[in-house]
Design a protein around this ligand. Structure first.
Ligand code: AMP
Length: 299
């Protein structure tokens, strides 16, 4: 049974890193997030692609048992062009072509309406709001976004933040959104808007989980082979919610485990371009690295 609903982009990405380049490769926040979630749960996606979207990519998504009834096909596919320099923590955007995303009317298939774990992955916050309006009483809603929407749709984004349980941001976005250099201050501002937890992702340096009275710091896995960090944030979010949907335990200590699973899956994702690593990854690979992270932290 479908237990996680993800709205986000399914994209064609043109990416350049110091280690190579891909053109119009499979990408998008919903794609990375659903692949990551599929190791723990049965995700469904809501998104849109164009007639130009290769059939082979849809087959790849279906092969991971991701439900695509909510994937519309119309116009041209969303295309993102970005690059990274040696500091791979920061993606630089060359071009964002919204294409079919511009007139996307969110529809939620009937069979998705009772899904309890919802991931509002990176997409227009107005679309995120529409999903929330159309579903029945979710148990747990996680929200992700990026600088593009902070710059262009800040009011709508603030509205969504007030309706979710967990806000995910990377450090740069947290500073930008809350106009502060200090991440503790940014997290407190975010918590004061309503979410019960805020997770600030710090790229290769791991992630911080803030709840009202506590915080937790998950290390980043010290990767030797990194090719392309695109989708690490989305993979983090997908694994995080996938693990929680599987365990159905929203305690602080289980949120910490979910953060570590998020870090682990994101670290694997950075080892290759596009979905190349996640499509071949196994649960064994995930568990092995999870244990290594436990060892790294022990003192
Ligand atoms: P990240 O996890 O932040 O590295 O996400 C990378 C993915 O986000 C890429 O595969 C892009 O297709 C997608 N993306 C880039 N810009 C946007 C945007 N403005 N809205 C939604 N998705 C985007």
């Amino acid at each position: 049974m479908n237990d996680v609903l993800i709205i986000g982009t399914v994209a064609l990405d043109t990416i350049e890193t110091p280690f190579g380049k891909v053109e119009k490769a499979l990408g998008g926040s919903a794609t990375y997030a659903s692949f990551a979630a599929s190791f723990f749960s049965n995700p469904s996606i809501i998104s849109v692609v164009g007639d130009d979207f290769p059939k082979g990519y849809i087959n790849l998504i279906k092969k991971r048992n991701i439900d695509v009834e909510g994937l519309k096909i119309t116009g041209r596919t969303f295309h993102w062009e970005g690059f990274y320099e040696y500091d791979m923590n920061e993606a630089k955007t060359r071009k964002t072509e919204l294409n079919s995303l511009e007139d996307f009317k969110v529809e939620v298939p009937e069979k998705y309406k009772n899904i309890k774990y919802i991931f509002l992955a990176n997409i227009d916050p107005e679309h995120q709001l529409q999903v929330l309006k159309r579903i029945n009483k979710p148990d747990f809603v996680v929200l992700d976004t990026m600088n593009f929407w902070i710059n262009n749709k800040k009011d709508a984004l603030l509205k969504v933040i007030k309706k979710v349980d967990v806000l995910l941001l990377n450090d740069g976005e947290a500073r930008q959104l809350f106009k502060t250099a200090n991440l503790v201050n940014a997290a407190n501002q975010a918590l004061s808007l309503g979410p019960k937890a805020v997770i600030i992702k710090k790229g290769e340096h791991g992630a911080l989980l803030f709840t009202k009275n506590k915080h937790f710091s998950a290390p980043g896995y010290p990767l030797e082979n990194i090719k392309d960090p695109t989708g690490c944030g989305d993979s983090f979010g997908g694994a995080f919610i996938g693990y929680l949907a599987k365990t159905k335990d929203l305690s602080e200590s289980n949120l910490r485990k979910a953060v570590v699973y998020g870090s682990v899956v994101a670290s694997h994702n950075a080892e290759d371009f596009s979905l190349n690593r996640l499509k071949d990854m196994t649960m064994n690979d995930i568990e092995k690295r999870y244990k290594e992270l436990q060892d790294i932290r022990e003192f």
